[in-house]
Ligand binder design. Structure first.
Ligand SMILES: O=C(O)CCC(=O)C(=O)O
Ligand SMILES: [Fe+2]
Length: 309
């Protein structure tokens, strides 16, 4: 099964799958995901939903900062105001697969709708969205039209999730440096070269999706045919029961963690957070105030009896 224990930034996969009643397709998805850090799935999103998202977003790729963020290439957090985008983020088959892969309830918290390829340099989403315990984050990339090598496909490095997690301090970049992100990207470029990892490009049909795990290195390939769009939606998911933070603005070893307030796409409310099982009273603030975990009364009695012995 996939357990909530972690290795290499991804939930563990063991042979117990057979005994846990996972259906064979899920078992295949889970073992592939555990090994390669990504998996292509059929998210079973109705074609009409994709069409209505595409149609309703068409005129929204114009620069704005308020009340949402957009430019000519992307709309961020369209789920706030666009129901098809929200429904794609909440696609039941996606939620079901993520729940089985991670053994926890997924918390969709950000959507990005791309009109054209992002041409983003290679990175791990860990640098943007990390959590404690480590690794309970993933991205789901849905093709809203056919994508091939010419319209700026997603690229990724299979099995790169097994590399160590790197934050700015690990690579010697001060978190207050104005070009810290470029320095991070330069580091990743060298890392991919020195590890001699294979680079893959996602050629994919409209309606299909790829899940990447938190530390899988990925980005957007150059757009060979600039006349073409690359309509796609990425939804970023955390999982319940964690403390969420932004490594790009943090210096963890110095006790400065940029805690994140996370808006839960399911409810539109601020997501609850936990640290070592204890509820955090002030999610998104630093330092966290935690309530001690409450014991069931029967456990309280058992423990009291034990200590009286
Ligand atoms: O779609 C792309 O080209 C990359 C998107 C990405 O890196 C992300 O959403 O995390
Ligand atoms: Fe990313």
């Amino acid at each position: 099964m996939i357990t909530t224990a972690h290795a290499e930034g991804i939930p563990l996969y063991t042979d117990a799958a057979a005994t846990l009643g996972l259906d064979p397709e899920i078992r295949k998805i889970a073992s592939f995901y555990a090994e390669h850090g990504y998996v292509v799935i059929d998210p079973q999103i109705p074609q009409e939903l994709i069409e209505s998202a595409n149609a309703s977003l068409r005129d929204l790729f114009v620069p704005t900062r308020d009340p949402y963020w957009a430019d000519e290439t992307r709309v961020q957090d369209g789920w706030f105001f666009n129901d098809p985008v929200r429904q794609i983020a909440l696609a039941p088959r996606v939620i079901e697969i993520l729940r089985l892969l991670y053994g926890r309830e997924p918390v969709p918290f950000q959507t990005l709708n791309f009109r054209v390829g992002s041409q983003q340099r290679t990175h791990s989403d860990i640098i943007h969205f990390d959590c404690l315990p480590y690794g309970f984050m993933c991205g789901v990339w849905v093709a809203m039209e056919d994508v091939d090598r010419r319209n700026g496909p997603l690229h990724y490095y299979p099995s790169s999730q097994k590399l160590p997690r790197f934050d700015l301090q690990d690579i010697g970049v001060p978190s207050e440096s104005p070009d810290r992100y470029r320095q991070y990207e330069d580091f990743v470029e060298k890392l991919m070269r020195s590890e001699e990892l294979e680079r893959a490009e996602l050629e994919i049909e409209r309606g299909q999706a790829l899940i990447w795990s938190a530390n899988l290195f990925h980005g957007g390939s150059p757009i060979a045919d600039t006349n073409r769009t690359r309509l796609s939606q990425v939804t970023h998911y955390y999982f319940e029961g964690c403390l969420y933070y932004t490594p790009l603005f943090s210096d963890c070893r110095m006790g400065n963690l940029a805690a994140r307030r996370v808006l839960d796409v399911r409810t539109g409310e601020v997501a609850s957070q936990f640290y070592n099982g204890a509820a955090i009273e002030n999610p998104g603030e630093w330092p966290p105030r935690v309530s001690p975990p409450r014991l069931e009364p029967s456990w309280r009695e058992k423990l009291a009896r034990f200590w009286r012995r």
